[in-house]
Design a protein around this ligand. Structure first.
Ligand SMILES: Nc1ncnc2c1ncn2[C@@H]1O[C@H](COP(=O)(O)OP(=O)(O)OP(=O)(O)O)[C@@H](O)[C@H]1O
Ligand SMILES: [Mg+2]
Length: 494
């Protein structure tokens, strides 16, 4: 059986298609539908994933890892019990946990999954998720873009010609996808996203406000007290969630510090209005992205038939108000629990792949332009942002000097107006070329997961070479995946 996995910044969940062909969320051993994406190292042989791990962040912050999804695809190391772990290695513990409780619940070993990723995830980030799953012994049947998953969960009729905007405002990312359905096919018209805009940023404005208020009011500065800060972060998130249903909330944290007057307790009131003022910049950023995604597709708000709200942060009333103001005429869909809609869509995709559900054809687009650096140091795009995938594209290159027998191909990707290097391929020929004699074709392939493969070929001599972009960070350290997997398997996941 193939399950669906929503690997979230803050929470993860697993889903499946039940006997009535309905997508369902699997509850974990605590009977809860969302499992915090938090990993706590109890010692060097045992890790705990989920709710208990989250509660340890107060007590043992140096052994607790939060928000690993934000680091996936980066050259970053966590140092725990004198051992280094890359973000995919940490994420693999989360996948092992999800795999375990899904297998227990379904009473069979689960090894295959559809895993969702933000539409805006670049090649390194997608590779990072694939690696994490592999290290957890999971075969990824498909990496599905999160907003596309949300549209699948709503089971929108693809034969109707309509424009659907999916807004997935989660814990760490805000992802926007504009879909058009027509003749039974969903096409992604444009995507936008900010991998650093999410619920945590709303928590942060409250944290800063609390620190500022107690400093002004009582002269207490807790900005460098890590244990106190953790408690403040918890209280801030709780206050934010409260303010989605009530107009004001009390933030009470007893015994947070001691000063000359004895124990110090935080007891302040935050109103929804004040919170909305504090978050004005974040809401502005969100609105700007919405207008940009429409502009990229040359559409106005009036041309959007439906707006799907996904992600816990979409529950913030000021955000909902912003949406209603922009989309006065559109139907706003929010009946499916926004924390679960992505996972449910992943189950639908799994059901389609297994042949249990009717196929809906989905065409996603590349979210970053990919290309190479030529000898003059200029970026030459090979696959443009907005191209449907799977796809491939080829460009010809030559050498620039006499007596040359090798060329270096640098593969780059545009990311927020910067160029990020994805890898290098040195093509060495048995023959020496005169200046501009070589005929090297460079082909970029993007597979169904949005993952890139690059092949260079000397057309005169027929030699091919593939650039291995896979798992760049492990390769840097020359580590073999199977060995790494064996090493990680020695660590128990509870
Ligand atoms: N009622 C609520 N009001 C405001 N925010 C909420 C509410 N419920 C949950 N959240 C926030 O939603 C966020 C979690 O959302 P969700 O579970 O969709 O994120 P995620 O899938 O883990 O993250 P991402 O999709 O960014 O990777 C948290 O920041 C949480 O505080
Ligand atoms: Mg999410």
């Amino acid at each position: 059986m193939i399950v669906g996995i929503d690997f979230g910044t803050v929470n993860s969940s697993v889903s499946f298609i039940d006997d009535d062909l309905k997508p369902q969320i699997i509850v974990n051993e605590r009977g809860v539908r969302l499992t915090p994406s938090v990993v706590y190292f109890k010692n060097s042989e045992e890790v705990i994933v989920g709710e208990i791990a989250k509660s340890q962040r107060l007590v043992k912050p140096e052994q607790t890892i939060l928000l690993v999804k934000r680091k996936i695809g980066e050259d970053y190391k966590y140092n725990i019990f004198e051992c280094e772990y890359s973000p995919p290695e940490i994420a693999s513990f989360i996948f092992r946990k999800l795999k375990q409780y899904a297998s227990d619940y379904l009473n069979k070993e689960i090894n295959q999954a559809v895993i969702t990723v933000p539409a805006y995830f670049d090649d390194n980030q997608r590779q990072g998720v694939l690696l994490a799953a592999k290290l957890a012994g999971m075969e990824v049947v498909k990496l599905l873009n999160e907003p596309t998953a949300a549209a699948l969960a709503y089971n929108l009729d693809p034969t109707i010609d309509q424009n659907v905007l999916v807004l997935d405002f989660g814990g760490g990312t805000f992802d926007l996808t504009l879909l058009n359905s027509h003749n039974g096919i969903y096409k992604v018209l444009s995507t936008k996203g900010n991998t650093n805009l999410g619920g945590i940023d709303f928590d942060k404005v409250i944290v800063d406000w609390i620190l500022d208020t107690i400093k002004k009011k009582d002269g207490i500065d807790l900005s460098n007290d890590t244990v106190a800060l953790q408690q403040i972060w918890n209280a801030a998130e709780k206050a934010k969630i409260d303010l989605s249903s009530v107009e004001e909330t009390n933030i009470v944290i007893p015994y947070i510090a001691i000063n000359e007057n004895g124990p110090y307790h935080i007891n302040i009131t935050l109103t929804r209005g004040r919170f909305e003022n504090l978050s004005i910049n974040l809401l502005f950023k969100a609105k700007k992205l919405i207008l940009e995604v429409l502009k990229d597709a040359n559409l106005t708000p009036d041309q959007i038939d439906k707006v799907i709200l996904a992600g816990g942060t979409s529950r913030i009333p000021a955000f909902k108000k912003t949406i209603k103001n922009i989309f006065e005429k559109s139907e706003i869909l929010g009946t499916i629990n926004p924390d679960e809609v992505v996972a449910l869509g992943a189950a639908v995709q799994a059901g389609i792949i297994e042949g249990k559900l009717q196929n809906i054809e989905l065409k996603d687009i590349v979210s970053h332009t990919l290309g190479i650096l030529n000898d003059d140091g200029q970026f030459v795009p090979i696959i443009e942002k907005g191209t449907f995938y799977p796809t491939s594209s080829t460009k010809m290159f030559t050498n620039t000097r006499d007596n040359q027998n090798s060329v270096i191909i640098k593969v780059l990707q545009e990311h927020n107006d910067n160029l990020i290097e994805l890898g290098n391929l040195e093509y060495v020929s048995e023959f020496y070329w005169r200046k501009e004699e070589a005929n090297i074709s460079v082909t970029f392939y993007i597979d169904i997961n949005g993952v890139l493969k690059v092949i260079a070929e000397d057309l005169d001599h027929g030699n091919k070479k593939e650039l291995n972009l896979k798992n760049p960070f492990l390769e840097l350290r020359n580590i073999n995946i199977e060995e790494k997997k064996k090493f990680l398997e020695k660590i128990n996941v509870l």
